[in-house]
Design a protein around this ligand. Structure first.
Ligand code: PMP
Length: 403
């Protein structure tokens, strides 16, 4: 088994007040627990600094605007983009919907094709189906390799000049498989297609640089990155954003409004109608400071060691079938043969081990794996060897109960 202390001496449980001693929280892929640093930043933003942004002429509002825009800079720096390329959204889902509406509205037409993969989350499928239906475009699906990665050789063989958009997950929320996003972007660009990368599960686990990936759109959610819910990021190349019509109409996204005609603000304001989630943005800033103070390389090493230890332990149990590649990032999906994943999760919960069971919003992936659901353990900076030992003990109990 991997020695955690040798590869990744993370000992951060004390930062997380919502994780009581003895509780193995293994559902970080759904949402991460929050460190005190983030909780404090959110509390401070309400109790000493609160005011609206962008409009107030009084000092408090001006200060809050500075803090809000400083967060935008921090996000840009975190993923290697420019400040004016960062659009705050409610989460990854809204970011994808925004692109599927605003970019697709002017760039997709009947007969065009969109390329997705078999392992996408519903939020990276349904918005594209809706966009395709609106204009009469078609969706093609890239299959997975035998070890459950998006098959980029198959992608290369499938791409045509009619493909206008590729949308792939950077890290699968079910399998943990990591996409070679740069190769996918190069392949997409070779036929003149744009590529959107769903970075929901990647930004908490890997150092991401959108310039290195050479993608066109990148989305993620704050709540999976140790930040608050209700805040997320769409990064897009400025020229693409600048050519896109607005998403929603309202305050803040305008240049000039008359009853005859409205002109719009430049990006990113054009895509941020209404009063934004001010405290969420400040919380996201604190979350980015938190993960960067640890270092994404260390987080990745830590989670890789946890995945290896888990897969090694589960592979030793006859009744367990593992999904996903051995080098998956922070996520292990499995089934205990003959036992419904919900029963597995319920029994584990009795032993204070919290995992996720279900289709994980990836029903087409479940279909291709030939299962209705999987059990999934996913890791964060607060997990350690004791959590895995509790998981394995719980699964041994499951197999005893179900014979
Ligand atoms: N994509 C992936 C890969 C995800 O894991 C998730 C969340 N499970 C989403 C998209 C959607 O994120 P949210 O619900 O925060 O918008």
């Amino acid at each position: 088994m991997t020695t955690l202390t040798a590869t990744a001496p993370l000992d951060l449980l004390a930062d997380f007040p919502a994780i009581p001693a003895g509780w193995a929280y293994l559902d970080t892929a759904a949402t991460s627990q929050k460190p005190a640093q983030v909780i404090d930043a959110i509390t401070r933003s309400y109790d000493t600094a609160y005011a609206t942004v962008h409009r107030g002429v009084y000092q408090r509002s001006a200060d809050m605007t500075l803090a809000f825009e400083a967060a935008r800079c921090r996000v840009a720096q975190f993923i290697g983009g420019q400040e004016n390329e960062i659009v705050f959204t409610r989460g990854a889902t809204e970011g994808i919907n925004l692109v599927a509406q605003c970019w697709a509205q002017t760039n997709l037409k009947a007969g065009d094709r969109i390329l997705l993969s078999q392992l996408e989350h519903h939020s990276n499928i349904v918005p594209w189906q809706m966009a395709a239906e609106r204009v009469g475009a078609q969706i093609d699906v890239v299959p997975l390799t035998h070890d459950h990665r998006i098959d980029l050789d198959a992608m290369a063989a499938m791409l045509t000049e009619r493909h206008k958009l590729v949308a792939f997950a950077h890290v699968s929320n079910v399998l943990g498989s990591v996409l070679d996003a740069r190769r996918a972007a190069d392949l997409a660009h070779a036929v003149g297609a744009r590529i959107l990368i769903d970075g929901c599960q990647a930004v908490p686990r890997l150092a991401v640089d959108v310039a290195d990936l050479d993608c066109d759109f990148y989305v993620f959610s704050g709540h999976k990155l140790y930040g608050p819910t209700g805040i997320g990021v769409l990064w897009a190349r400025y020229d693409l954003l600048d050519a896109m019509p607005p998403y929603q109409g309202g305050g803040s996204m305008i240049d000039r409004v008359t009853f005859d005609r409205t002109t719009y603000a430049p990006p990113p304001g054009r895509f941020e109608a209404g009063t934004p989630h001010i405290t969420g943005v400040l919380g996201l800033h604190a979350a980015i400071d938190y993960v960067t103070s640890i270092g994404l390389d260390r987080i990745h090493a830590h989670e890789t060691a946890l995945v290896t230890r888990t897969r090694d332990a589960l592979a030793g149990l006859n009744s367990v079938r593992l999904f996903g590649p051995g080098d998956s990032a922070g996520i292990v999906s499995f089934e205990v043969q003959g036992v419904h994943p919900h029963d597995v999760a319920t029994i584990l919960d009795e032993g204070d081990v919290a995992i996720r069971a279900g289709h994980h919003c990836a029903q087409p992936l479940m279909d291709s794996l030939g299962v209705a659901a999987t059990a999934r353990a996913s890791f964060g900076v607060y997990n350690g060897a004791a959590d895995i030992d509790a998981l394995v003990k719980g699964i041994e109990r499951v197999t005893r109960i179900f014979g």
